[in-house]
Design a protein around this ligand. Structure first.
Ligand code: ZN
Length: 334
């Protein structure tokens, strides 16, 4: 049975009035899932991340700083406030993603979703930013690699914003193939197509920028014609998705044009890839700020992850996929 991780501490990270990354996001998702009987998923409470899990990505002084800043409600920057509940919420968000990875790699689960906040893909080892405190996805991937026997992890990130934290943390690594589709130019400014990783990790960062207004066909093509062929060569033991829903056309922050159904089709592509490669597929919540679009798209994603529908096909590579292939073709066969 697919596994959903959640925890009430996600409601106690108070970002203040008017902040888009708010507790109501989780309330909206959970109300929608409740009305659908949680799609018959196995719903469990997320444990807090252990010190060992956190310290694989963040230095001890940074972890202590998050704890101490939260205790006195001190903001890291204008986007990234804290409250006394923030530290626990961030610990559970990271711990939920680690528990998901454990279930996927150890328990024979085929798929699952960690639905907690704050998000994590902007957090760097020593820097909170962009609503993110701990680098949840990177912590989960390192847990898979360092504690659970995985040798290669594919991380696909389709939040509207570039996942700069995950990108930075694995920039020189071959252990994670990081593929991000994001609006560009856009906040946080990173994620140009030419950033392919560095050192030993050159060719293992796929930054797939798309211009404002881009819709579903380009996303599907980037997964089908760029991410999937590379993944077949890479052979991941685990596939993780940083699922942001702020590329939805209703989103107040993003400028892209995905529909609710697009999230299901994208998830079907990745789940089908996981089936083909015998790799489980886990999703971790990142952004998404229109409550209706967010809640419906989460449910759509879960249905697709748990289902058996075949992946949609895009007949010809989109021009954005052609552009990516021109750069990444130095490292992979397309
Ligand atoms: Zn985002």
């Amino acid at each position: 049975m697919p596994l959903l991780l959640r925890h009430p501490s996600s409601l106690e990270h108070d970002t203040g009035p008017g902040h888009p990354e708010r507790a109501d996001r989780i309330r909206a998702i959970e109300a929608e899932l409740e009305s659908r009987g949680w799609l018959d998923w196995d719903v469990r409470e997320a444990p807090p991340a252990s010190e060992e899990q956190l310290l694989r990505v963040h230095p001890p002084a940074y972890v202590e700083r998050v704890r101490e800043m939260s205790a006195r409600s001190a903001p890291f920057d204008l986007d990234t406030p804290t409250s006394p509940g923030s530290y626990e919420a961030a610990l559970r968000a990271a711990g939920g993603a680690c528990a998901l990875v454990e279930a996927l790699l150890g328990g024979g689960e085929r798929t699952g979703f960690s639905v907690l906040r704050p998000p994590g893909h902007h957090a760097e080892p020593e820097r909170a930013m962009g609503f993110c405190l701990f680098a949840t996805m990177a912590i989960a991937a390192r847990h898979a690699l360092d504690a659970l026997g995985a040798e290669r992890v594919l991380v696909v990130d389709w939040d509207v914003h570039h996942g700069n934290g995950t990108n930075t943390i694995f920039h020189e690594s071959t252990e994670v193939l990081f593929a991000s589709i994001h609006q560009y130019p856009f906040w946080p400014g990173t994620g140009a197509l030419g950033d392919v990783g560095s050192g030993a990790g050159e060719g293992y960062s796929f930054n797939l920028p798309v211009p404002a207004g881009t819709g579903e066909v380009a996303f599907l093509s980037l997964v089908e014609h760029v991410v999937a062929p590379a993944a077949r060569q890479y052979g991941p033991d685990l596939i993780m998705i940083s699922v942001g829903f702020d590329a939805h056309h209703e989103d107040p922050l993003g400028g892209l044009a995905l529909e609710t159904g697009s999230y299901g089709r994208l998830a079907r592509q990745v789940r089908a890839l996981g089936d083909e490669l015998d790799a489980p597929v886990g999703a971790v919540l990142e952004g998404g700020y229109d409550l209706r679009a967010l809640a419906d798209s989460v449910a759509e994603t879960m249905g697709a992850l748990a289902g058996d529908d075949p992946a949609p096909k895009v007949a010809r590579p989109d021009p954005l996929a052609e552009a990516a292939i021109a750069v990444l073709g130095r490292y992979w066969d397309f």
